[in-house]
Design a protein around this ligand. Structure first.
Ligand code: SF4
Length: 694
């Protein structure tokens, strides 16, 4: 064992420094094994894939070797909330306990920092189209202005009352496209610049996956000056990385940046005499053409491939008009580039957007066989998708992804906007290339990486060839703390009566638990049906979409007997410890939506490569999603709860065993009386029919 490994183990031991310095710290063998593996990966500049079940204490397990090693390290978390929690809560506790004075920095994407330049512009002129849509927004803006005079970091998270989706945010933050860089009059006091400088000189930098990937993908958004110097990377919530990487290694163009370009170009006119006469008409035409594209796309499904969109002559015509409008604006701005750096930046954006649009519309380099709708992938594929396939997405996903092409081009509509996206199907090669270039240690950890104890799927997607792997299960006492209930006699999940049968099966469970349940649905339609069926019942009902997620969770926690109905987004990152959450229900095995053009294209790529799309892609992805959902139930040694897995395919199909074997070893039952006994008794459930994992 290396010195770093033994020192890390010692620090986390029952008689170690953390036990002495941190109240409530409990030494855990699984945590010690994990910290040892991480320390060895650091020492060897190796690659480690480590699944650490809930309750292992993985944050401390990596913070200790990070701090003891003295290596320049970047830790990446899944979300900004986790980033703040790690940086402001966990890191100071471990650093103070170890008595180590390493310099640390928190770095977020530029959209999190106030842009002084854009704030000044917004102050000067409420733009056409209405900068302030309501009195509430006027007062929000005044709060931002007041805060801008006193903030030291410029991190908008300091403004607690500001909603994350406030329409004011784009007005007071920058993007890589609209930032003026060193030409900016506020450069010397820019919060983005200062945050990057702090990160550059720090020993330990905490980022999030968006920023890490933006940087790897060289998307300017990142902090390319810092990554090359890092000696170690710790990627927490690593199961999220491949999906996110696909977004960052691709390219997109949306309605909003186009409209913002038009408005920014107009805003620049106020400082340059005569500019308005040149810019006003082409800027208005660009905004108009963008809206016309959205209107033309109204006839399309909400998501689909490029070919599906370009199949409609009206959509093609609207794109032609948009190309022309971008060209006219670029031409108008070209003559003003010398008048201000703002015009110069707008001109570059117009050209960049035109190029992206051209790349999205261009014909694929080589056209492959039109076999995208052939589901010759074995019985599992049919089971996963039965009754759910959407016609529009099934017949053309060769588009943008012919044999030899490695990306898929697709669109997505929102109520008032659209997004055109190019997504690579395989990010393993660029991820591997970046790791190899870094010559650093790479630790990937999460509570959900393995499928039936096997890391092959995630290793392949991350481009890891022969990583060291470690699997540390949750240290909870599953026999006494939890129970898995598989309701009997439910019909096939795609059958018409499934949802009502499911609700009927749930009622006695909810009565036994007195609510306190998350019911997680595979589709929004099923969620709405359940909401209709359960409204007016004895339990306070919290339904995804009725209020922002954090508000729903807060109300759920406070209710004490609530039932929360959610879809995929509630499977991850939700932490409700204690009695408020005592039941987690999964309605169906969470196979990915069959009408997702990227997923469809990826399945087809697996098939073309001679693999089995169901076994190699759909199944592992659904297993990880199920593990995430189930992981909401038991969050601490004192939690108790029942996991209800409704999908009859778990027992009726051969692949059901893979799901069950991937879950913690909960005792299983098919008898609701065991659930009632579990909640009635203070003592552990008894008389169970089957015990999981032998
Ligand atoms: S340098 Fe960029 S982010 Fe900073 S104030 Fe200027 S425009 Fe805004």
């Amino acid at each position: 064992m290396t010195d770093l490994a033994s020192n890390s183990r010692a620090a986390l031991a029952a008689d170690g420094v953390l036990a002495r310095e941190i109240p409530g710290f409990v030494a855990r063998p699984a945590q010690q094994r994990l910290t040892e593996a991480i320390a060895e990966a650091f020492d060897q500049r190796g690659e480690l894939l480590a699944e650490a079940g809930t309750g292992t204490g993985k944050t401390f397990a990596y913070l200790v070797p990070v701090l003891l090693s003295g290596m320049k390290t970047i830790i990446s978390t899944g979300t900004k909330a986790l980033q703040d929690q790690l940086y402001h809560r966990d890191l100071p506790r471990v650093r103070d306990a170890l008595g180590i004075g390493l310099s640390t920095a928190l770095l977020k994407g530029r959209a999190n920092y106030l842009c002084r330049y854009r704030l000044e512009h917004a102050k000067g002129e409420p733009r056409s189209g209405g900068l302030f849509g309501s009195r509430e927004q006027v007062s929000q803006f005044q709060r931002i202005v007041a805060w801008s005079g006193r903030t030291r970091m410029g991190d908008l998270a300091e403004l607690e009352a500001l909603p994350e989706d406030s329409p004011l945010l784009p007005m007071v933050t920058s993007t890589a496209e609209n930032c003026l860089g060193s030409e900016c009059p506020f450069w010397s006091e820019c919060f983005v610049v200062q945050a990057r400088q702090r990160a550059q000189s720090a020993d330990l930098v905490v980022v999030n996956h968006h920023l890490l990937l933006a940087d790897l993908a060289l998307k300017q958004e990142g902090f390319g000056e810092i990554l090359p110097g890092a000696q170690a990377f710790v990627v927490d919530e690593a199961h999220q990385l491949p999906e996110l990487a696909a977004q960052f290694f691709g390219e997109g163009l949306g309605a909003r940046p186009l409209v913002e370009l038009a408005r920014d170009a107009l805003a620049e006119c106020k400082d340059v005499t005569g500019a308005l006469a040149v810019v006003q008409v082409p800027a208005q035409q660009l905004e108009h053409a963008t809206r016309a594209v959205r209107a033309a796309m109204e006839i399309l499904p909400a998501r689909g491939t490029r070919l599906r969109a370009l199949h409609e002559p009206a959509v093609c015509d609207a794109f032609d008009d948009l190309v022309a409008a971008l060209a006219r604006l670029a031409q108008a701005l070209a003559g003003l580039r010398g008048a201000s750096s703002g015009f110069d930046a707008c001109h570059a954006r117009a050209q960049d957007f035109a190029a992206r649009l051209a790349r999205w519309r261009a014909r694929p380099r080589r056209v492959g066989a039109d076999d995208g709708s052939d589901d010759g992938s074995g019985d599992g594929f049919e089971d996963a998708h039965a009754g759910e396939r959407s016609v529009d997405a099934s017949d053309d996903f060769d588009d943008g992804m012919p044999a030899g092409d490695d990306d898929v081009r697709w669109y997505e509509l929102s109520p008032r906007g659209f997004r055109l996206q190019r997504t690579p199907l395989d990010v393993s090669a660029p991820l591997r290339a970046h790791r190899e270039k870094s010559h650093a240690a790479w630790v990937f950890t999460s509570a959900t990486l393995a499928v039936s104890g096997d890391f092959h799927h995630v290793a392949t997607r991350l481009g890891l060839v022969a990583p060291t792997t470690l699997l540390q299960p949750s240290p909870f006492d599953w026999n006494t703390q939890a129970l898995c209930y598989l309701p009997p006699a439910l019909p096939e999940p795609m059958s018409r009566g499934y949802n009502s049968a499911l609700i009927a099966a749930l009622r006695p469970v909810l009565e036994a638990s007195a609510g306190r349940a998350f019911v997680l649905f595979a589709s929004h339609r099923a969620l709405r049906e359940a909401a209709d069926a359960l409204r007016g019942g004895p339990w306070p009902l919290f339904v995804q979409g009725d209020a922002p997620r954090h508000v729903l969770l807060q109300r759920f926690r406070e209710s004490g007997n609530g039932v929360l109905l959610g879809a995929a987004s509630f499977r991850e990152g939700v932490d409700v410890a204690g009695a408020a959450l005592s039941v987690v229900v999964i309605d169906k095995l969470p196979f990915a939506a069959p009408d997702d053009p990227v997923f469809e294209a990826r399945l087809d790529a697996v098939r073309r490569a001679g693999g089995n799309p169901f076994r190699d892609e759909q199944l592992p992805q659904a297993v990880i999603a199920l593990k995430q959902g189930a992981g909401r139930l038991i969050r601490s040694e004192s939690d108790r709860g029942v996991l209800v897995l409704c999908d009859p395919r778990l027992l009726g199909k051969s692949y059901g065993r893979i799901f069950l074997d991937s879950l913690p070893p909960l005792p299983r039952t098919r008898d609701v009386a065991d659930v009632q006994a579990f909640f009635a008794a203070e003592s552990p459930a008894s008389g169970l029919l089957e015990s999981g994992h032998g």
